[in-house]
Design a protein around this ligand. Structure first.
Ligand SMILES: Nc1nc2c(ncn2[C@@H]2O[C@H](COP(=O)(O)OP(=O)(O)OP(=O)(O)O)[C@@H](O)[C@H]2O)c(=O)[nH]1
Ligand SMILES: [Mg+2]
Length: 444
């Protein structure tokens, strides 16, 4: 494989930058740049570096990692040079002159995977760890770096292989000779595994916000005070508020910190029968915001009687039972005309002339509960799809087992094994690897 190079640190002013080189020519390139005859593996060597005209370009620390004891498994050299953009760019261009080529994003990790240094769960955990803004996510990802998900995949795989072995032994038996209790046992085993996979899937879905940022949408009919709540949470007048119903026409998204969580708070256009086409689009976006959010703050107006528009919103929310919904009764400083007694929901009373702390506390509590779910976290769409597809194969296999169709049963178990295994090792499909590692940052 050819030798690749990239600046591994982020571009900008900082005390050091690291140029990383991997491949068979790495050591040779380091010798040429430093005019040194050799480097001891894993020893930091302070040395001047020269360009091809023998002009000094920096004094840097060079570390040589001899194959296979490196991140990629190949010969790797790291130049820890002075920070900023210029010096590292100069070193990189010299490295390229001596025969390396620029690495693609994620190419170092891809080589590490191909050379068996890391599995896919670890590679993805590293990529997410670099990007994450969430402390809770960082903790979970650190556990995955230590192999938590990989171990689960291995044990699920072993379970399925064991089941497959049983079938291989019994496949030639006549139907009536099949030990019935054994079939029951296998079915239970499969259903247990399926339940566990489903739980991991659902819990990972709930916690997608840990990695992507949780989304909280404020919805309600016009003029209830949605934008006022957004402004109050942000501590400045981000959105226009007014007593005219229909002030907000489009969704507005802003980031705020709630406890240890960074969340996207989304103010939406009031939901009612639209009076014009632009308002209609705004309302469609409000419904879309509900779909995309983890928590919905459904706001109602204490100073107006419950009406058809409120009812429409409550009916709409019935479709989103899987989401956390906070019912808020705003304008509690005004005379109460909104009757909550028949609505069968707990309302938080709010007065936006004061701090909406109770709402913030509730949101934080919900997010803490989600973040602390003690289940493995699937960190990418790829992993989620693999688990889903394993569940489907197991479902099919259970049906076939009960019909005593052992050959087809074995086929489905094989499918499930493949799906599960693909979470940590995916050898067959090169383009999937390219796509996955292509999302990594440069130099990683
Ligand atoms: N008395 C009182 N007035 C409030 C309160 N919260 C908001 N308001 C007022 O209610 C009016 C409507 O507030 P907005 O925040 O613009 O309402 P909205 O829900 O964003 O309205 P649309 O954007 O039209 O959907 C404004 O005049 C606010 O000042 C409150 O707690 N008490
Ligand atoms: Mg508004």
């Amino acid at each position: 494989m050819d030798t690749i190079a990239a600046i591994a640190t982020s571009r900008g002013v900082g005390s050091i930058s690291i140029v990383r080189v991997s491949g068979a020519n790495s050591l040779d390139i380091a010798k040429k740049l430093s005019k040194k005859s050799n480097f001891t593996p894993r020893v930091a060597t302070l040395t001047p570096l020269f360009n091809s005209n023998s002009e000094i370009i920096d004094e840097a620390i060079v570390i040589y990692f001899k194959t296979p004891n490196s991140f990629t498994g190949e010969d790797v050299v790291e130049f820890q040079c002075h920070g900023g953009i210029v010096v590292s760019d100069l070193i990189l261009s010299e490295v390229i002159k001596y025969g390396a080529r620029l690495a693609e994003p994620g190419e170092f990790s891809k080589r590490a995977f191909i050379n068996g240094k890391i599995d896919l769960t670890k590679a993805e955990a590293v990529a997410k760890l670099i990007e994450t803004k969430s402390i809770d996510a960082a903790k979970i990802l650190a556990r995955q770096l230590k192999g938590e998900l990989k171990e689960f995949v291995q044990s699920a795989r072993e379970n399925l292989i064991e089941i497959l072995a049983f079938v291989e032994v019994n496949i030639d038996y006549a139907e009536e000779d099949l030990p019935g209790d054994l079939i029951k046992q296998i079915e239970l085993k499969l259903l247990d595994l399926r339940d566990e996979l489903e739980q991991i899937y659902n819990s990972s879905k709930r916690r997608e916000g840990l990695l992507e940022g949780f989304r909280v949408a404020i919805i309600g009919k016009p003029n209830v005070g949605k934008s006022s709540l957004l402004n109050s949470l942000l501590n400045y007048d981000r959105a226009i508020t007014s007593e005219i119903a229909g002030t907000t026409r489009d969704t507005i998204e802003e980031e705020i910190r709630v406890g240890t969580h960074i969340i996207k708070i989304v103010d939406t256009a009031g939901i009612r029968l639209a009076r014009d086409s632009i308002e209609k689009i705004g309302i469609e976006r409000s419904i879309d915001a509900i779909k995309k959010s983890d928590i919905i703050i459904a706001m109602f107006d204490n100073s107006r009687a419950f009406d058809k528009e409120d009812e429409k919103i409550l009916n709409e929310l019935e479709k989103f039972k899987d989401k956390e919904i906070l019912y808020v009764l705003n304008k509690s400083d005004l005379k109460n005309l909104f009757d909550v007694t028949k609505l069968n929901r707990d309302f938080i009373k709010l007065n936006l002339k004061k701090n909406p702390q109770e709402v913030v506390d509730k949101v934080e509590k919900i997010l803490d509960l989600i973040a602390n779910e003690d289940t493995l976290l699937l960190t990418s769409k790829r992993q989620l799809e693999a688990v889903m597809s394993a569940c489907e194969s197991i479902d099919r296999s259970v049906e076939l087992l009960n019909e005593h169709q052992l050959e087809l049963f074995a086929f489905c178990i094989n499918e499930a094994i493949e799906a599960i295994s693909s979470i940590s090792t995916n050898f067959e499909r090169g383009e999937i690897l390219d796509k996955m590692f292509g999302n990594f940052c440069l130099g990683k």
